[in-house]
Each structure stands twice: as C-alpha cells, then as structure tokens.
Design a protein around this ligand. Sequence first.
Ligand SMILES: [Ca+2]
Ligand SMILES: [Ca+2]
Length: 252
Amino acid sequence: MIANSTCQSPYQSSRSSAFLGSIAASAVVAAVAMFSAVPAQAVTTLSVDPGFADVLPNAGAPNGGFNPAGWTNPDGVGQGSPITYFDSSTGGLGLKVSPTTNQTLRFTYLGKEAGYTNTSYIIGFNGDTLFNTGTSAYGDTKTVVFNGTITAGLVPFEFHASTGDSARNGGPISAGLRIAFSDIFANAYSALGTVYAFFDDGGAGPDHDYDDLVMRISVVPVPPALLLFGSGLAGLGLLARRRRQKAAVNAI
Ligand SMILES: [Ca+2]
Ligand SMILES: [Ca+2]
C-alpha cells in the first residue's frame, strides 16, 4: 500500500480523496434517507389490565407464602408486594403490550416452588416452550420476536401444569389457577418496561402463593429501525477511517 501510495502524484491523491468524499457524502444521504423512510416507532409499553388486587403472601401463609427457590427480591418485589391477579372469571384481561405489532420481548426464568413440573410457553408465533421447572435453570433467558400482530395486545404466553390444567394470559384459565403480575418497572433490564409474572398452579389445594413458576418479562429496547440506522452509522465511520488512513499514507 505504501509503495503504491508513494508513486501517486498529488493529482491522483486529490482525485482519490474527492472520490472517497463523494462516497461518504452518498452514504450520508442514503443513511438519512433510510432513517427518514422508516416510520416513527411508537414507544413500547407494557400494561396490566384491572383484575383482582392481592399481595404476595408472607411466610405465615400456607406453603411458606411466596418463597420460590432462587428468588432475590428483584426491584424490591417479594412478600407483601402488591400484585394484580387473573383467574377463570377474567377472560380477555391480562398483561398487554402496545403497539401490538412486531414486538420483541425478553423472558427470564426466576424461580419456582412447586411439586408439579410446570412449563410456560409462547402461543402462536412458533409456540416455543419458554421454561420448564424440571429442566430450566434460574436466570435462563429467551428473547422472542413477535412478527405480526399480537391479538388484542395480550402477550401470548401460557402456564401449564403437569396436571393438564393451564392458565393463558387473557384466558382461558382453569378453575383454581391464577396468573398474577407485579407493577411495571423501569430498571437495569429494560428502561421501557419490566413486569414479574407469577403462576399459581392450584396444586395441593388453593394456597395462592404465586410461586409455582415465576418469570420476568421485559421490553427489548432496540427497534430494528435503529439497528439499521446504527449499521449505517458504522458504515460511515468505516469510510471516514479509511479516508483518514489514506490521507496519512499520502502524506508520507
Ligand atoms: Ca410457597
Ligand atoms: Ca401455589
């Protein structure tokens, strides 16, 4: 490279710089046009419909109250924390996401205290199993891209007990089972929204301790449009770097 460059005349060097400059300018125009062409993405929000108010029960409640193994009170959520729960009478209500199209959510398995082997999985979209209390490790995370429309904005997941009973966000929920949600938080996991989801499997009587499978659901904050724009900026940075290197070589 250096040998070639030292043979360059000032005229050639000037032409190279002009050429690179025109490429960089074109890239700027392309990046701006691409960003301008992407519709403004509304901020993603999570919300919990009105359901029944309760609190995570303390240690004096049946089965030790809310005491899933592995629980570390994230965001201060633990025994005594307010929750909203849904049961067989609350069809159509639950955890919602807005806007309802093309969302990415991250699910993290946080703990369980259950004799049954419970699972959670995504409905539709590819039906993936999220977590299994018999095989998943605390802290396991799955990121799910929901391409298309999420019906009624209800985050499409379901808890399943080994009894065959199940509880779907937005219903149906088998008699005696419950789904509950914490408040919505902005935290280290997501500035746009995090909620803790609790499953009560109704096993061994109605203890309602909400710890038969617990997971965190967070909005993934980087929309694809920004990723595209980011790659455009990276391309511009590379061009600028190459231009500086070329100028340095020509100066030798
Ligand atoms: Ca318990
Ligand atoms: Ca329970």
